[in-house]
Design a binder for this molecule. Structure first.
Ligand SMILES: [Zn+2]
Length: 469
């Protein structure tokens, strides 16, 4: 919605907001879920079963077409190719992609105008932006096709979880659906056109969770989607009430999903969690199938490279930076875009039979790593381990204030005691080393980012740091 509509929306009563959400849903539905969506979904239902060589051929063909478009219509890439004395004829196979230099966030900001396709009318450009958990958000343009393909890979994964387009779903994501200062329910809006219930992630407090669950019971969704932290919060509430809420699947994304969260969500909703990883930049999409062996990198969506800072592709394991090329956005193509996410390719095939390669199911942003005085980077996943056995912690957050100090915020149960603190500090010290000091602060809730996410680890030491891997 435009900001003008946003303003009207914010001042309207809930019933009008529901109509507006439905109206917006209808517009979206027509624009992004019409014939093109159904055709592309049919195509992608087939490509997911391609052999490895068929997938590589598919990528090579799309890449050639994209690079031709870049040469003809994207001033930035015309300049890059001219400088390197390259033409589209120099790109025959996938390996030739390496001839194009890596594109950083700074490159996108600096060359914003030159990255927009000359053959697009301004009215055909759809503005997108990153959620901006750290620093300033990055803006870019999508075209309709990129939006359709994003919806296709999204619903293809829903299919992997047994959910189909048109099924009733409830979402608890970042969008502010209810004014943040509102204190009483309803903390949700309904999109009748798509049978979606949007729950506000920003109003979930101990006192409000019952209202959320009552609404969910009334709406009766087949599946849920949200941040791991929101789904975990609902699951934790259900466990406390000795209740279950049965759905077919829970989809999570946008934050690291910790094993303890997964376990509790699967228990409370009596279903499997299907985590996925995508970016607003639309260069990579990676999804869990029903085997849960890692995240399948959707090869028909983009080309993914794992690059260590010495520019060598990661072949012998370990963290490497995700660098990715989206194959479907012709309005503003991002080629070899350097993300701030780190992951690790997994070896071996998935028993599901798909040839999309697997990557580790936890991606870690550079700023989510803490740095120790002896130069070790420690992932949020590792830091989460000492919290795991402590039953009396509801939520927590670790903030690295400086190189030898961690500030830990804890939302505790009534039964929390000194033994819990002792166990936690011992567990942390084993992992971060004896030089680190800890402050513990008990809080009522852990702050959400503007997008409603919880960041388990925030490091003020590594933020903005160009990590050396
Ligand atoms: Zn699989």
């Amino acid at each position: 919605m435009t900001s003008f509509l946003d303003r009207i929306y914010n001042f309207s009563p809930a019933i009008v907001q529901n109509l507006m959400v439905t109206g917006y849903g209808l517009k979206m539905y027509r624009r992004e879920y019409g014939r093109k969506f159904r055709e592309k979904l049919d195509e992608f239902e087939k490509t997911q079963w391609y052999s490895e060589s068929e997938l590589r051929d598919y990528q090579a063909e799309r890449l050639r077409a994209l690079l031709e478009h870049c040469y003809e219509n994207i001033p930035y890439y015309r300049r890059v190719m001219d400088d390197l004395k390259l033409t589209p004829r120099d790109f025959k196979g996938l390996d030739d992609l390496q001839k194009i230099p890596i594109l950083t966030r700074e490159d996108v900001k600096k060359n914003f105008r030159q990255l927009i396709a000359r053959n697009y009318k301004p009215s055909d450009l759809i503005l997108g932006r990153t959620s901006g958990t750290t620093g300033s958000p990055l803006e870019f343009y999508w075209d309709r096709q990129a939006c359709v393909v994003k919806n296709v890979v999204d619903w293809r994964q829903k299919g992997w979880g047994g959910i189909h387009f048109g099924d009733k779903m409830a979402f608890a994501l970042g969008r502010v659906v209810v004014p943040t200062k509102q204190r009483k329910p309803p903390f949700w809006r309904i999109n009748l056109a798509m049978r979606h219930l949007y729950l506000s992630s920003l109003h979930m407090s101990k006192d409000n969770l019952k209202a959320y669950l009552d609404k969910l019971a009334k709406f009766a969704p087949v599946a849920l989607e949200g941040y791991p932290s929101t789904m975990h919060l609902l699951a934790h509430y259900l466990r406390g009430q000795k209740l279950k809420f049965l759905v077919k699947a829970v989809f999570t994304s946008s934050e690291a999903l910790f094993p303890k969260q997964r376990e509790m969500i699967e228990d409370a909703f009596e279903c499997k969690v299907f985590d996925f990883y995508g970016m607003a930049e639309r260069v990579i999409f990676a999804t869990e199938c029903s085997e849960h062996t890692g995240h399948h990198i959707n090869m028909d969506y983009g080309i993914t490279e794992f690059i260590k800072d010495d520019s060598q592709e990661s072949s012998n394991g370990g963290f490497a930076r995700i660098v990715a090329t989206g194959l479907h956005n012709y309005a503003m193509p991002l080629i070899r875009y350097q993300t701030s996410d780190l992951s690790e390719p997994r070896k071996g095939k998935c028993p599901c039979g798909r040839n999309f390669p697997l990557m580790d199911d936890v991606t870690t942003r550079v700023e989510d790593l803490i740095l120790t005085r002896d130069g070790r980077y420690i992932s949020s996943q590792i830091l989460s381990h000492p919290f795991k056995p402590i039953k009396n912690i509801i939520e927590s957050q670790v903030i690295q204030e400086d190189i030898d100090r961690l500030h830990i915020k804890i939302v505790r149960e009534k039964q929390y005691n000194d033994d819990d603190t002792k166990a936690l500090l011992e567990g942390l010290a084993i992992r971060v080393g004896p030089e680190m000091k800890f402050d513990i602060e008990f809080v009522d809730s852990v702050p959400r980012t503007a997008a409603g996410k919880v960041k388990f680890v925030i490091s003020k030491v590594t933020a903005g740091d160009q990590i050396k891997l």
